[in-house]
Design a protein around this ligand. Sequence first.
Ligand SMILES: [Cu+2]
Length: 272
Amino acid sequence: MAMAAGLGVLFLASCSVEDTTNSFQRVGLPEPASDNAVAIGNLWIGAWIAAAAVGILVWGLIGWAVLRYRRRANLLPRQNRYNLPLEIMYTIVPFIIIGTLFYFTVVTQNKVLEKQPDPDVKINVIGQKWSWTFNYKSADNPAVGEDVWNAGTVNQTPDLYLPVGKRVEFNLHSPDVIHSFWIPAFYDKLDIVPGRDNVMQVTPTKEGVFAGKCAELCGTYHSAMLFNVHVVSEAEYNAYLKSLVAKGQTGEVKGSVDAQAHGPAIQREERR
Ligand SMILES: [Cu+2]
C-alpha cells in the first residue's frame, strides 16, 4: 500500500499542464490554450499533490493503527489522553498546509488577474438570456475602422474570433441575470453580474476552435448558452471583422433581441 501511495504522489509530481499532449499527465484537464491556463492548471495539480500527500499519510496512519493495535485479547489497552506535543503538532501542521496553499493561490491569482493598460483587442461581451453578443471594439483597427458585432440566439450558436498571441480584454456585461463566461481550454472563468461589468484579460496561445459556455445555471435555456471560440491568425481575424462590416453588423448592440432588430443576418427565431 505504501508503495502504491508513493507511486501515486510520484505520478502527480510528474504532472504538469505544460507541453504535454498526454491527457493523463494533465489529470484530464483540456490542453491549455492561453497564458493563464498554464498557471491555473499547475495550481490545480499542486493542490492535488498536497491533498494526496495528506490523504496518504492519514490513510497510512489509520491502516497502521488498525493492524498494530488490533484486538488480540480481552484486555483493555492502556488509555492515553492529553498528549500536548501531539495536539500542538496537529494544530500547527494544518496552518502550514493552508498557508502554503494560500501563498500559491495568491501568486497564481495575481498573475491571472493582471491587467495590461493597453490590450491589443477589446471585446464587449454580453451574456443575455440565453445566448451571447460579441462587440468588437475595432474602430481604431486600421484594417477594419469600425466597431462590429456578432450575436447568437438559443437556436444559433454564435462565433467568437480571437487573434492568437494578442492580449484580449473582455468586458463582461449582463442585461438580465447572472451568467458566467467560460472557455474551458483557457481554464479561466468569470461571472457576468447585472449592474457590474467584470473585466478579464487573456492571451490565446494556440490556434484552433474551442468550446465556450455559460457556467452559471441562468434559466430555462441555460444549456443553449454555448459559443465557438476561433483562435486564428491576425490576418484571419481582421478578415472576419471585415466580413461583419460587409453584413452591416456595425456599431454596438446590447443583446440578441437588440441584435435581431438591427441585423438582417440574424433570424427571428428566439424561442418564447
Ligand atoms: Cu447564462
